[in-house]
Design a protein around this ligand. Structure first.
Ligand SMILES: *Cc1c(COP(=O)(O)O)cnc(C)c1O
Length: 462
């Protein structure tokens, strides 16, 4: 299988090539040239498979022989064996036809472990085979950093540098990153905000001449295709627990960069019957504004109780727009340039198509706290603020109560004590493997908000 850029100007690449890079040279994101298709009989034949076995079925066509089947299976097994629940992604019932999919049983307690555990193992395998060393450079507003460090710290051929905004991530999130051991693990607190961190990372990818000969940067944010691929699996897994493919289900997805819900969109295109796909946003609502008013303009960043969704632009939305624009990379490139400079929508017919594909809702901090309380009152189940946003959007947008509605529970509430306390509860205890987190030694550098400070640091610490 070949992967092509959404901007249409870069040559097609193999799975291994897209695994080991970030954006395409033309500024686009890689997507598969053709999506694998599964018919109902095929999907039905997977009933009862455990999570790793199902993952193998779904991931194999994307890897397309780049890794031998038995090896791929071993890498998948290794990726999910550290999850705290045997089901890997257990479903929890909230009420009639109302479910949450608990995606926080991995080592860092957020759904990002699903992709980053696998990404780490895939990288380790491919780099060892190639006898190649790479540098991972990423920016995080919290959850990506710890999941990436946890997923990649065992990779001998990787040096990993994670930037976070100094004093702007929660203490649990910071400690989850800065206490990760390993000589190849480097945390950098940048005196700036998350966007500053991202800008630095993007510039570094654009000019990699600061690296020694033969090294290259690899992305661990959701522009890396392998992350999207890994996330497709749990849509199939959840649907099949609730009667799929014979019965459709709906999903509500707390959305920031559009990576997670894009994986659901792909699952549907690959043949999984999904009735509704709901985009749930906080007050950083560019996607909801697009869906409700055809308005894809950037507004200013708001800091909310759901910080992992505090973004101004959803980078993976470009992958969906590529399909919406009939896979015309030139038209998409024009749209992306125009939308960066002012209010901008798409052709009304395309907008209607997007509205038929996704529902959307925007949820305020106050509503988030209300839902945390309501859910706890009804069933003693404590949800994190991102999950609460998903549940609220599911309830607001539900178009057919006879269809099971599954909200993706993207993080454990212990990671977001602020919101949990605002809702009137005590922050729950850390799970056993993190109980001594506050006693562990932290290691990180605080650097100025500049590209040169960061590239200089990378050079001296490789
Ligand atoms: C990253 C994250 C999200 C948003 O996921 P996207 O793929 O960026 O849409 C939602 N909730 C939590 C807890 C996250 O860490």
């Amino acid at each position: 299988m070949k992967y092509i850029s959404t901007r249409g100007q870069s040559p097609a690449q193999t799975f291994e090539q897209v695994l080991l890079t970030g954006l395409a040279p033309d500024g686009g994101l890689y997507v598969p040239e053709h999506l694998p298709q599964f018919n109902r009989e095929e999907i039905a034949s997977w009933a009862g498979l455990d999570y790793p076995s199902l993952a193998q079925q779904i991931i194999t066509p994307f890897v397309d022989g780049a890794i031998a089947p038995a090896t791929l299976r071993a890498l998948i097994d290794k990726s999910y064996q550290s999850f705290a629940h045997k089901a890997v992604a257990p479903l929890h019932m909230l009420g009639p036809n109302e479910w949450v999919l608990e995606l926080y049983c991995g080592p860092t307690l957020a759904f990002k472990d699903f992709a980053l555990q696998l990404l780490g193992n895939l990288l380790d395998h491919v780099l060892t085979r190639n006898n190649q060393k790479v540098v991972i450079l990423g920016a995080t507003s919290g959850d990506t950093g710890s999941a990436a460090l946890e997923g990649c710290r065992h990779c001998e051929n990787v040096d990993i540098f994670i930037l976070h905004p100094h004093q702007r991530v929660s203490e649990v999130q910071r400690r989850q990153m800065t206490t990760v051991p390993g000589k190849n693990v480097h945390n950098i607190a940048v005196r700036g905000n998350f966007d500053d961190c991202q800008r630095i990372v993007k510039s570094a990818f654009g000019d990699q001449s600061f690296l020694p000969e033969g090294r290259q940067l690899v992305a661990v944010n959701s522009i890396n295709w392998a992350r999207i691929m890994a996330q497709i699996v749990y849509y199939f897994y959840a649907a099949m627990q609730l009667g799929g493919p014979h019965r459709p289900v709906s999903f509500s997805v707390p959305t920031g960069n559009f990576g997670d819900i894009y994986a659901g969109y792909l699952a549907r295109k690959m043949g999984l019957p999904i009735k509704q796909l709901i985009i749930a946003t906080n007050s950083n609502d560019i996607l909801h504004r697009f869906m409700s008013h055809n308005d894809y303009s950037q507004s200013t960043l708001e800091h909310t109780l759901s910080p992992s969704m505090d973004i101004m632009v959803s980078s993976n939305f470009e992958r969906y727009l590529f399909d919406l624009f009939g896979r015309d990379g030139h038209a998409l490139a024009r749209f992306m340039t125009a939308s960066a400079t002012g209010r901008h929508g798409v052709d009304p017919a395309l907008w209607e198509e997007a509205r038929a594909t996704f529902s959307s809702a925007r949820v305020s901090d106050e509503e988030t706290c209300d839902v945390i309380r309501q859910v706890h009152e009804a069933s003693q189940f404590l949800v994190d603020p991102h999950t609460a946003i998903g549940i609220k959007a599911a309830r607001d947008c539900n178009a057919d109560v006879t269809v099971p509605m599954i909200t993706l529970a993207t993080a454990h509430p212990v990671k977001f004590g602020d919101a949990v306390e605002r809702a009137g509860f005590e922050t729950p205890q850390l799970p056993p493997h993190l109980r001594d987190l506050f006693a562990r030694e932290e290691r990180y550098a605080v650097l100025d908000n500049s590209l040169a400070a960061v590239t200089g640091y990378v050079q001296t610490h490789l």
